[in-house]
Design a protein around this ligand. Structure first.
Ligand code: ADP
Ligand code: MG
Length: 230
C-alpha cells in the first residue's frame, strides 16, 4: 500500500491514529528501517506469523484505546517458541481487558525481537505557531527525567539534522561512551530528514512518535511507532 492508501484507510474507518502495524508500514515506505510486524486477529494466526517471521518474537496489543502498551501488560518480549506465543497471546488479552475494560481491541501484533541498542526517540508534533516540529533525543530514562531533547522546525536542512543530534547532552553516548556501541550518526541524520520530508508531504499528519529507535553501529531500527492524523 502507498502512504496515501494507508492514511485514507484509517480515515475511512473513522480513526485518527494509525496502529503500530500501519505506522511501521509507513516507515518502510519512507525508508526508515523497522521490525517485520504483522497484525494477528487469532491465536493461530499469531503462531503462524511467528513461525514465518522467525523466533524470537515480540507480541503487543493493538488497540487505539491503549496508548502505553507495556503499562497495560500489552507487551511480551523475547518469545522463543510456539507455545510461548499462545501463552503470550492469552496473557496480553487478559491483562489489557483488566487494565482498560472498555478497550476496543484490533488484534495482537507479532514482530521480530530486535537486539537491544542505544535507545533514541524521534518525534513530530504540530506547534500552533511554527507548524510541524521535529524532535530528537535519547530515549529511556534520560528522556523522561532529563528532557534531553532537541527541536527543529520542518522542513529540516541537513545542517539542522546535524546540529540537533550534536546539541543533546547525551551526544557522547551516540559516539560510543566507554566502550558502548557507537551509533551510526549519519544514518540518524538521514532518518530525521526522511521524517521531515514525510511531514512536509503529508500535512494531515499531526503527530509521530518513534520511541524507541534502537541505534546500532551500522544500522538503526524503529521498534515502536505511532502516527496520528488531524
Ligand atoms: P509502549 O511504548 O507502548 O509501552 P513499546 O512498543 O515501546 O510499547 O514496547 C516497550 C519496550 O519493549 C520498548 O521500549 C523496547 O524496549 C521493547 N521492545 C518493543 N518492541 C521490541 C522489539 N520488536 N524488539 C525488541 N524490543 C522491543
Ligand atoms: Mg514505546
Amino acid at each position: 500500500m502507498t502512504i496515501k492508501e494507508i492514511l485514507e484507510k484509517a480515515k475511512q474507518q473513522g480513526r485518527t491514529a494509525l496502529n503500530e502495524v500501519e505506522s511501521k508500514d509507513v516507515l518502510k515506505t519512507i525508508g526508515i528501517p523497522t521490525t517485520e510486524t504483522r497484525l494477528a486477529t487469532s491465536k493461530e494466526e499469531a503462531v503462524a506469523f511467528a513461525k514465518a517471521i522467525g523466533f524470537p518474537v515480540v507480541l503487543k496489543i493493538v488497540s487505539q484505546d491503549v496508548l502505553h502498551k507495556s503499562d497495560s501488560g500489552g507487551v511480551k518480549l523475547n518469545i522463543t517458541n510456539e507455545e510461548g506465543v499462545s501463552r503470550a497471546y492469552d496473557e496480553i488479552l487478559t491483562s489489557v481487558k483488566k487494565a482498560v475494560p472498555s478497550a476496543k481491541i484490533e488484534g495482537v501484533s507479532v514482530q521480530n525481537m530486535a537486539r537491544s541498542g542505544l535507545e533514541v526517540i524521534i518525534g513530530l508534533s504540530k506547534d500552533p505557531q511554527f507548524g510541524p516540529v521535529l524532535m530528537f533525543g535519547i530515549g529511556g530514562i534520560l528522556v523522561e527525567i532529563m528532557k534531553d531533547v532537541a527541536f527543529r522546525i520542518v522542513p529540516l536542512t541537513r545542517r539542522d539534522a546535524r546540529e540537533m543530534i550534536r546539541e543533546i547532552k547525551g551526544y557522547p553516548l551516540l559516539e560510543g561512551y566507554r566502550g558502548m556501541e557507537p551509533a551510526n550518526i549519519p544514518l540518524l541524520e538521514e532518518m530525521l530528514l526522511k521524517v521531515s520530508n514525510f511531514a512536509e508531504e503529508n500535512p494531515d499528519v499531526r503527530e509521530m512518535d518513534l520511541n524507541p529507535v534502537y541505534a546500532y553501529r551500522d544500522n538503526a531500527l524503529a521498534v515502536d511507532a505511532r502516527i496520528i492524523l488531524d
